[in-house]
Design a binder for this molecule. Sequence first.
Ligand code: AMP
Ligand code: MG
Length: 336
Amino acid sequence: MLLKKTVLVLFSLSLPFFLISCSDAPYKQVRMMMGTLNEIEIFDLKKQVAQKAVEKGFDAMQRVDDLMSHYKESSEVSRIKNSVPLETVRVSQDTFNVLKRSEEIAQLSDGAFDVTIGPLVKRWGFYDKEQKPLPTRQEINRMRRGMGYVHLFLRPKNREVSKRIPTLEVDLGGIAKGYAIDLAVKALKQAGVVSATVNSGGNIGFIGNPVKGEAWEVGVIDPLNPSELLGVLNIKEGAVATSGNYENYHEIEGKRYSHIIDPRTGWPVQGVLSVTVIAANAMDADALSTTLFVLGPKQGLVLAEKLNAKALFVLETENGKPELVFSKGLETQFKP
Ligand code: AMP
Ligand code: MG
């Protein structure tokens, strides 16, 4: 049996998480933004008050989509892409915050996280979900020379951004949903909410505790069988995010190529099936799940610890049974 009676399934089975909670009268709304389903659920307010709070939460998320989507020509991210080398692009504080954290995580991960990866993600066919022929090594290497976070300059004083090479683009797909959740959480708290969840495509931010029980229960999907759970994580506060190889992928000649690219090779990461990260805020959880997916468990767990986050790796094995690798202590929060 997949789910217990008290389980509330958010969205569809294709999302990386099931959020499980017990509540008598939650107020819930779902909205499509940032290319995914977003859900805000409030457990402690009467419908009328909750409705207003939810609107504020979604407004904040919509703002992030408008500023940071590379699919929108009017976004700040598109303005950076369309600028010429050394031209100054002044951006909002929100976009600057996300670019700054992206730069820090790129530095801390030695470039495993790199928001200039866009052209490669596109070449591999993950923007339009269209399968393309495998690129040649020369093509990948040429593209890699046209990217790199070190070519993006950030000047905090006037929130100025400029790029050093013409081909540079910014893709915040690995971090912006987390930031949007953090802004929504802030807006909800300001509206007086004390128990709620904000879910963007399976990245979840928590406010307070569930109405019943002390911890939020989040199901971790089995990447080899995404309609099943591997188990349930108990989470007390903060945020959680998963990056999985089952979310957006192509199968070419029997091999799966998924949407997270290793900037150091230009090739989609192999061997990691999913990474779930618990962090103090959703931006870090989101960025780190993508980063750790690239780094793998050995370096990934070191980086997680450095940033006070915890991670669960699900790895491919030869016997077809996934191997689970936990940050120290996280195993006690996991029920298979
Ligand atoms: P997530 O699902 O949060 O792991 O984010 C995956 C998305 O991040 C992809 O669809 C790309 O848009 C982007 N991405 C892929 N590889 C990387 C990388 N190495 N560093 C930063 N962003 C990436
Ligand atoms: Mg991410």
